[in-house]
Ligand binder design. Sequence first.
Ligand code: NAD
Length: 250
Amino acid sequence: MTGVLEGKVALVTGAGAGIGRAAALAFAAAGAHVVVADIDEEGGAATAQAIAQSGGEANFERVDVTNAADVNALIARTVEQFGRLDCAHNNAGVLGTVAPLIDSPDDNFDRVMDVNVKGVWLCLKAEIRQMLTQGGGAIVNTASSAGVKGSPTLPAYSASKHAVVGLTKSVALAYARDGIRVNAVCPGYVDTDLLDRLFAGEPERKERERLGTLLGRFGSAEEIAATVVWLCSDAASLMTAHALPVGTVV
Ligand code: NAD
């Protein structure tokens, strides 16, 4: 993958940990300047530092993706500093309460929708506006396998990720002829802190779920990152409006 995004400017939200951190590192390894965005300053700064240590270029921007002013300022600063935005990975997300519907509080629904759906909505708007002015770009949203099938103990999360898939497809259709490609990745289980939260206190269930995966193992954040970089590269120039399962069948 080295060099496929040479000279490009790439933004990754939720880049302070897990899949987003791996994606930020992968974008940098592919030659892009990476804007590392996260609400977690410590995690975000650590990602930017790891990129610098590996010889790449990155800067950290603190952002709460649920806040329109934050998101618009992030894109404005990116364009001010680097002149354009070629690739965006809208990845910040939260799992929320792990429980069936009647045991899930209503404010969990609001929180999960706010980060996972409104966050992607706001980022898409600001990114698309910029990409229209410069004549194109590529965007990847992180949905989930729970965005194409139900999950009994994650009703709000699953609903939010179905919404991300709907947003992805709708926005892709609207701007395809403007040279903007929009895709979603739908990972199965990926070995990150989020997975630890999902199976907290239930190591046996975690092991059962691992054995039931398509490949007999959880995916790594790096494997999702490689798919995201590929989707943003010219090698995927005909790919748009996809909700692509990664490491799973749906
Ligand atoms: P993670 O918890 O390790 O990382 C999520 C990152 O998002 C954190 O750095 C966090 O600070 C950031 N974030 C949360 N709220 C934010 C906000 N309001 N503004 C900005 N940043 C915010 O999780 P992960 O496993 O790396 O998940 C990344 C994405 O992948 C999420 O959208 C998640 O739903 C999705 N996903 C994860 C898995 C999995 O098994 N790990 C599977 C499918 C999809």
